[in-house]
Design a protein around this ligand. Structure first.
Ligand SMILES: Cc1ncc(COP(=O)(O)O)c(C=O)c1O
Length: 454
């Protein structure tokens, strides 16, 4: 399987040509899903005892299967949280795979982990966390949130043995991402959601939420999760006053910045995150607003030792990694995975190549596109801005439209290959949501989409 034959050479040329063409194309064809039966009818069985050949398999992918996907980096893909990995990061993703580095322990992965840690050092510096804080790359925001929750609960149980065996409880707001509830389920913890009158969670509301807990529930409270940029509206909780309450109540303070974390690098909005430097843990997704290819999340801890107490795995065959001869930073000790792709490497290469200033500029572009879109919306008779643009999210309504009309509009634009923009709900009303990430999106792209709203 590993001998270099002509088939492999041809396949490699195909792959490189495809990759170069694809990353040079800033407006790739907007694909759309097909039913599985239909795809099967076109490509047939691809995994067979003899194999169908690399050229053939690649052709099926290039000519059929990739067309049944939506390129997340299309400049008019403004739905969910899109992404726009840099060309440098994509190319280095290939290098990451080719280098076959095991990213769990320093002993095997030192050179690669060094690269990851250089990128991590910059991320940590954006948070303002004190000396000693550090983090590790994960498969995404969900895994980062889970890793932080596991560390928080372990600290809560280690601190007071009466908490061992108690079902833990965390407080968050209605704006929190669905992964918070989902991961609480994984660790069998309860979640209480606080309604935010002022849209972002404040320390006062958090304190009221804690005061309203029955004593038995207050005794189960192990963490508060605030959001640094809600996915739906780009809202940042009032981190400073939340930090005050967490300190006073002695509960772990986690900030989920999976989407908004990139904006920590943007001077125009950095002040909105004040208080984040007092967090116990932070989630940031480089595969969202830091232009990394999938998948790349990050979890950062104020006190790494607490994470190690929770995550370090023990096994006879792993003992060598703890030996002085293999001494170094072991990513496996700080998050839920053992074997892991060294997924911070593409981010590192791109940061090293472009420098952090380019990142600042690209993130500021997303923020500025959101402001420009908001202004254009205000200038159009048939549209109404719901709230000012926040980070890179814009929410607005098309006057007099029903939820059905929003849905039809989404599908029509997608079918015609123009754009992917999806509706969301805001205070129970169906509205349109733009989320800007791609710095190649232009004002003309925004106009093209707004023009389809009649
Ligand atoms: C605020 C927030 N947290 C967590 C997540 C989950 O991240 P991932 O999809 O990388 O697991 C998202 C995803 O959009 C998010 O926006």
């Amino acid at each position: 399987m590993h001998t270099i034959d002509m088939d492999l050479v041809e396949m490699t040329l195909d792959v490189m040509k495809y990759t170069i063409d694809r990353i040079s194309n800033i407006t790739p064809e907007m694909g759309a899903p097909k039913k599985e039966e239909e795809l099967f009818r076109i490509v047939g069985e691809t995994v067979t005892p003899e194999g169908i050949g690399g050229e053939n398999a690649f052709q099926l992918f290039r000519d059929v299967l990739v067309k049944a996907t939506v390129p997340i980096d299309h400049p008019r893909h403004l739905a969910f949280v899109p992404a726009a990995p840099t060309r440098a990061a994509i190319m280095f993703d290939l290098v990451t795979s080719a280098s076959s580095i095991h990213g769990a322990y320093w002993m095997e992965g030192a050179g690669g982990i060094f690269c990851e840690n250089q990128a991590m050092k910059w991320l940590v510096s954006l948070t303002g966390l004190p000396e000693g804080a550090f983090g590790v790359f994960t498969s995404g925001g969900t895994a980062a949130n889970l890793s932080a929750m596991v560390a928080a609960r372990e600290e809560w149980r280690t601190r007071d043995s009466r908490n061992v065996g108690k079902k833990a409880l965390l407080l968050t707001s209605h704006g929190a991402h669905s992964s918070i509830q989902a991961m609480a389920k994984v660790i069998d913890a309860d979640v209480v959601m606080i309604d935010c009158e002022e849209e972002n969670l404040t320390g006062r509301e958090l304190q009221n939420g804690i005061n309203e807990l029955e004593e038995k529930d207050r005794n189960r409270l192990f963490a508060v999760v605030a959001t640094g940029g809600t996915t739906n509206a780009g809202i940042i909780d009032q981190l400073d006053t939340i930090a005050d309450v967490c300190e006073k109540e002695q509960v772990w303070f986690h900030v989920d910045c999976a989407y908004g974390g990139g904006a920590l690098a943007a001077p125009s909005v950095r002040h909105l995150f004040n208080g984040i430097e007092r967090a116990d843990s932070i989630t940031i997704d480089p595969h969202k607003w830091l232009f990394s290819p999938y998948d790349c999340g990050a979890v950062i801890y104020k006190d790494l030792e607490l994470a190690k107490n929770a995550h370090s795995q023990k096994g006879a065959y792993l003992e060598i990694f703890k030996d002085a001869g293999a001494d170094g930073f072991n990513p496996a000790d700080y998050q839920i995975q053992l074997t892991r792709r060294i997924r911070g490497m593409p981010l590192w290469f791109s940061l090293a190549m472009h420098g952090t200033n380019k990142y600042r500029q690209a993130i500021e572009t997303g923020i500025s596109l959101a402001k420009k879109a908001a202004k254009k919306i205000e200038e159009r008779e048939n549209l109404e801005l719901i709230r000012p643009a926040s980070l890179s999210v814009v929410l607005f309504r098309r006057k007099d439209w029903t939820p059905e009309q929003y849905k039809d509009w989404t599908y029509k634009n997608h079918r015609e290959g123009l754009a992917l923009v999806t509706p969301t709900s805001w205070k129970k009303e169906t509205v349109i949501r733009f989320c800007f990430i791609n710095p190649d999106t232009t004002e003309e792209d925004i106009d093209m989409i707004l023009d389809t709203l009649g």
